[in-house]
Design a protein around this ligand. Structure first.
Ligand code: FHN
Length: 696
């Protein structure tokens, strides 16, 4: 093992920092949502740089402040959760008089916390509008306060350099044409005469109002999960936004593919510029996807006077660091009180976060995700540049102590290592160890910050990390041949591979070009990366198996399509078959889907034969909300069962030319409903199964 000790004493002082040390980099110029962006990257640029924003949930629900009939656990859903009749809820309107509302104070607080943008609820599910709407009198102008909150806050944000954004709920519990009604008020609030098309026109008219009047840089839709909303309506609304403000960002909740609280589904046609995980941080981020995790500071979005379960400032700060290290944005919520003031607990936390951001903002704003697979001492964010890059090592060690920081696989030359805010000293040497390639340094934490102490490592060029090579393929089984891709993201290392079971050597076959290798018999692919002829990564291997296709069945299936049987279903998973009350065969289907209005607490089963054109391995993609199962030739190919939003799962099976029994089971509990099955042969894109291939 070669241990290279690099004494960087002189060099550590010689290099200037690429970004002002300590002070946060200057805020970017304010985006113009009405301009025509050159590209999606151009549209997203300010938002990706921002990394941190304030969410504000405010409306009539702040007046009861979470309490109703003795229950103190309500929030912004109080009208529905406490079953407050629409007339009684209307009594809050004449009580709306937030005399302490100070838009400049809100904007200043967000700015001081290091929040680059602010998203205000223009209308939440209760339908009450915090703006002057020509479309309804259910708005702030028809209250004792009589002031346009959105207008005042938009102006204040512009004055303080905070990007103004708006949340807008599709679901609307006030408008007479919105459907479905709340289940508990169907008897008292008839849906007769309700016309959702009229509601859609109202929605479009109000979106036009808020976009043209307040020019939000983001339109953050929500409440898209009910059965009346669908991809077609989401597409129309998304297209309206693009036509009104081409550079305005629209989140993925404009459409019906949010994928539940996880915030994202792989649906290819899904509209929206960024994914929206809620109250959670995706464990590995969402590589290649813009995403923003929204969270509360306590347990409620809207103000709840009794909610004392406040997350600590350290937890909130580490959420931001963790999210940024995974390449996402953090939208942290404040629920103002009825008088327009922020709860003191929110102010306290935002001030603590702001103090850290003032000292360490360069390690968050303008950074991208970590380039390392593991950083046990904390997190890493990256500010990458062609000539020089900075790796920000966020050390979650609150005690005064020495820490050894290791960065496996880093091949770049080190230009400088410094501790932001002078909270520690770097030992006079750093080292690089081969194999595997690794950067290490020892830091004496003399004044560690309880949230995180940041070590800035400046390197030459963009980060070049030698990771273990990737061995990827559409499936681990094949019938004829299979294309395997061997990848390494290092610019400097050499990756070699073998398919004869031997360990790769520097002289073994090199991975070149796009790294694609074609195999036609069962084998194990092994790959390793080398630097200067020495092993610089872990060895990886993956076995691919040639299989015989499942024989077809002798059957006569002259009919096109599958038979469809339905049942009333009150379960939360298809496995709870006992809760189904069969309604019998209701027809045939030439495509596997749920149609326009599938209803709730319903189960459907599509059965018949799949007519396979050639012997091959067939891949399937099954998307459903809620659960679904795909069975072919009596085996479960995909199990996507359970209560969930639109989630896609994939599977594969080798099939002989001819007919194979197929069965797709699906259920919808409540809310959104979706079912979509696609298939693909090796090397082809997924596509709907042609009706001629579905037989009964
Ligand atoms: O139902 C809303 C909820 O009230 C809140 O607005 C959150 C914030 O993202 N969104 C919905 C729940 O997913």
């Amino acid at each position: 093992m070669r241990l290279v000790l690099l004494c960087l004493g002189a060099a550590l002082a010689a290099c200037s920092s690429p970004v002002p040390s300590g002070a946060a980099a200057d805020a970017p110029s304010m985006p113009d949502p009405t301009r025509t962006p050159m590209s999606q990257d151009d549209r997203m640029a300010w938002w990706r740089e921002a990394r941190f924003g304030m969410f504000v949930h405010w409306g009539l629900y702040a007046i009861p402040a979470g309490t109703w009939n003795g229950n103190t656990d309500y929030g912004e859903w109080i009208r529905d959760s406490a079953r407050i009749p629409i007339g009684q809820y209307g009594s809050f309107r004449p009580q709306w008089n937030p005399t302490a509302f100070d838009a400049d104070a809100w904007a200043r607080t967000a700015k001081a916390a290091g929040m680059r943008y602010l998203v205000l609820t223009s209308k939440h599910h209760d339908g009450f509008c915090l703006f002057d709407s020509k479309e309804t009198d259910w708005d702030v102008m028809n209250t004792p306060h009589g002031r346009d909150i959105c207008k005042e806050l938009a102006a204040a944000c512009a004055r303080h350099g905070v990007v103004f954004c708006l949340y807008h709920s599709i679901m609307d519990w006030h408008h007479p044409d919105y459907l479905p009604r709340r289940p508990w008020e169907v008897a008292t609030r008839s849906k007769d005469g309700a016309d959702f098309a009229c509601f859609e026109r109202y929605l479009h008219a109000q979106v036009t109002e808020i976009v043209t009047s307040y020019r939000p840089a983001v339109l953050w839709f929500d409440g898209e999960w009910e059965s009346t909303w669908n991809h077609e309506r989401g597409t129309r609304l998304f297209d309206l936004c693009r036509s009104l403000a081409p550079a305005m960002l629209v989140n993925n909740r404009v459409d019906v593919h949010r994928g539940g609280m996880a915030g994202f589904s792989q649906h290819t046609e899904a509209k929206g510029d960024f994914a929206t995980p809620e109250q959670e941080i995706p464990p590995t981020g969402m590589p290649g996807v813009d995403w923003e995790s929204c969270m509360t500071m306590n347990r409620h979005w809207g103000f709840n006077a009794a909610d004392a379960q406040w997350k600590s400032s350290q937890e909130l700060m580490r959420n931001l660091i963790d999210i940024a290290s995974k390449g996402g944005n953090y939208l942290l919520n404040v629920g103002p009180r009825a008088d327009g003031s922020f709860p003191p607990e929110s102010i306290e936390r935002l001030a603590a976060i702001g103090a850290w951001m003032n000292e360490h903002g360069e390690a968050i704003h303008g950074t991208t995700a970590s380039v390392f697979e593991s950083t046990p001492w904390g997190r890493c964010t990256v500010r990458a540049g062609d000539a020089t890059s900075t790796l920000y090592l966020h050390v979650f060690e609150p005690q005064k102590t020495r820490v050894e920081l290791r960065l496996p696989g880093l091949t770049n030359k080190i230009r400088s290592v410094r501790v932001l805010g002078a909270r520690g000293e770097v030992a006079p040497f750093v080292f690089s160890v081969f194999p595997p390639v690794e950067f290490g340094c020892v830091v004496e934490l003399t004044d560690p910050h309880p949230f995180a102490t940041v070590v800035a490592v400046e390197i030459e060029g963009r980060p070049d990390i030698v990771h273990a090579p990737r061995i990827e393929a559409e499936s681990e089984h094949f019938v004829h041949a299979l294309e395997v891709t061997i990848g390494s993201d290092s610019r400097t290392a050499t990756t070699t591979f073998t398919i004869d079971g031997s360990d790769p050597l520097p002289t073994s076959q090199r991975v070149t070009g796009d790294g694609r290798v074609r195999i036609d018999s069962t084998c194990t692919v092994r790959a390793s990366s080398f630097l200067d002829g020495e092993l610089a990564s872990n060895r990886v291997r993956r076995t691919f198996t040639k299989v015989d296709p499942i024989p077809c069945v002798e059957a006569v299936a002259p009919g096109e399509g599958l038979t469809v049987s339905q049942a009333r279903f009150e379960g939360t998973a298809l496995s709870q078959a006992e809760t189904a009350r069969p309604l019998g065969v209701t027809g045939t289907a030439t495509r596997i889907g749920v149609g326009q209005q599938p209803g709730e607490q319903v189960q459907m089963r599509f059965s018949g034969f799949l007519n396979v054109p050639d012997d091959d391995l067939y891949r399937f993609a099954l998307t459903s909300d809620d659960g679904s199962i795909l069975r072919i030739a009596g085996r479960t190919v995909i199990d996507n069962d359970g209560l969930h939003g639109p989630i896609e799962k994939r599977g594969a099976v080798a099939l002989q030319t001819g007919l194979h029994p197929i069965e797709v089971s699906w259920f919808n509990a409540t809310g959104g409903a979706e079912l979509d099955l696609r298939w693909a042969r090796p090397g082809a894109a997924f596509a709907p199964i042609p009706s001629a291939a579905l037989r009964h």
